[in-house]
Design a protein around this ligand. Structure first.
Ligand SMILES: *Cc1c(COP(=O)(O)O)cnc(C)c1O
Length: 453
């Protein structure tokens, strides 16, 4: 990896080591968790009740003084590293100058600069516009509003295993019931779900064949002329890091184009150098009409965006989009710092370097542990799918057991997937190679420990 990934500038001055001084969680975290139970809604779950005091590089330090290896980046958010110096510097300067005016009342340059950067960095050299929001779900909702205003059509098509957020409209767009949708209906109408290409589980059907099934479904069951937008993640996040078979994503985009449908790439998890490209759509040379971004955009500050073709983005009447906080000046300063760091650090190469370390190690583990049914993903967005050996039956229990072992041994890992059996890795691009290797060694030990028990 390049020098920028391990120098003190990107580590927040924190020793890059895994170091446990208490059991996990430690006594101070346990006390805080007891207060959490009394103060915070039960609906807000906590995966690992380790309360964080400081973070940087590849490490989170908790209130008990434990240093944990961060293989999650707060769900693909701190791609540029926690407390990245370029983000901290931009935020500190901006927060001292002014904290808020509301861009719709009296604007400021940071908002315009973020939109210019998005228009420049997203695929395609056509005229583009952007609009800024607070969260990924809000960006997806606004993409639907924009596509409906432009096409004057009602229907929205999404795919199996898709995840687009937790607001009412985005719950309707999201596939998985528990925990996202259970007891929260009724959901927004005019949302239609068609097959996704899931190479591991499609019984040999290619990406193109799956796209043909999906587009036939749209034609026969929805009517292409009723569809405002098709929304797809180029690599699915919460659905299980599913990478569609070759040709699926581009065929869906081509079908949208042929039928006057706005093609929306939801790059909220896969964007901003996560997969070794600025945007995962680039892998199949797809130029989406609209792209939704959030997560990695601003180094941890809440910011989201819709970016796309000028004629589509400008189809909305003045005042039709917005919100009090969307494109907050502090979040914009963070985004400009994060984007500058990604450009200077050659972040896409850092993501590819992480893949080059992880995939061979995971392949070697798959030789030894037949419960690894599939290894997939790109760049710093890699996952293994766990199954009962000799079958394709999802093994969520194993995913849970591995997760618990990794957590107890100071590695923050995440599970995902419709069946809860996918173990996913989203390290920050500032992860030092020695810690990445150590995290994989702990995972290997987790497999051995579970096998032995
Ligand atoms: C996380 C995510 C969202 C929702 O973003 P929030 O900021 O949590 O609202 C939408 N789409 C994808 C692909 C995501 O990964």
């Amino acid at each position: 990896m390049s020098a920028t990934s391990t120098d003190t500038q990107a580590t927040n001055g924190i020793p890059q080591e895994r170091r446990l001084v208490t059991t996990i969680p430690g006594p101070l975290s346990t006390a805080l968790q007891a207060r959490k139970t009394e103060a915070v809604s039960n609906g807000i779950g906590v995966m690992l009740p380790v309360y964080i005091a400081k973070a940087g590089g590849g490490v989170l330090v908790d209130v008990d003084g434990n240093s944990l290896i961060d293989m999650g980046s707060g769900i693909a958010v701190t791609t540029v590293g926690n407390a990245n110096p370029d983000v901290v510097e931009g935020v500190a300067r901006q927060v001292a100058d002014f904290t808020h005016t509301c861009f719709m009342v009296t604007p400021y340059s940071g908002y315009v600069e973020v939109c210019e950067a998005l228009n420049r960095l997203t695929p395609g050299d056509h005229a583009k516009r952007s609009a800024l929001f607070n969260s990924g779900a809000e960006a997806v909702e606004n993409a639907v509003k924009i596509a409906r205003a432009y096409t004057k059509r009602p229907a929205v098509v999404v795919v199996e295993h898709g995840y687009h957020g937790r607001t009412n409209l985005t719950m309707a767009l999201t596939a998985k019931n528990m925990p996202y949708k259970q007891s929260f209906g009724p959901f927004a109408p005019e949302v239609y779900r068609v097959p996704m290409s899931y190479p591991y589980r499609d019984r040999g059907l290619s990406g193109k064949e799956m796209a043909a099934i999906a587009t036939t479904r749209i034609e026969k069951e929805v009517g292409a002329s009723n569809v405002a937008a098709i929304i797809i993640e180029p690599i699915q996040g919460e659905g299980g890091f599913i990478v569609p078979g070759e040709g699926y994503f581009s065929a869906m985009a081509a079908f949208a184009k042929d039928n006057g449908i706005v093609f929306v790439a939801d790059e909220i998890q896969s964007g901003f150098c996560r997969t070794g490209d600025w945007f995962a759509s680039e892998f199949e040379q797809v130029v989406p009409d609209l792209i939704t971004t959030a997560k990695g955009i601003a180094g941890g500050m809440p910011l989201a965006a819709v970016t796309g073709r000028a004629e589509i983005m400008d189809a909305v009447h003045a005042g039709g989009l917005g919100g009090t906080y969307g494109g907050n000046p502090v979040a914009c300063a963070a985004a400009l710092g994060a984007i500058r760091w990604m450009e200077n650090a050659d972040a896409n190469q850092l993501a590819r370097d992480i893949e080059a370390v992880m995939v061979p190690r995971l392949r070697a583990m798959a030789q030894e542990f037949p419960s690894i049914g599939d290894i997939r993903g790109r760049g710093a967005m890699i996952a293994i799918e766990l199954v009962r050996p000799g079958s394709m039956e999802p093994d969520a229990d194993l995913a849970g057991a591995l997760n618990r072992y990794c957590h107890a041994h100071g590695v923050i890992t995440l599970t995902t997937g419709t069946y809860g059996n996918v173990f996913r890795f989203l390290p920050p691009l500032t992860m030092p190679t020695h810690l990445l290797e150590e995290a994989l060694t702990i995972l290997e030990q987790a497999f051995e420990a579970v096998a032995a028990s």
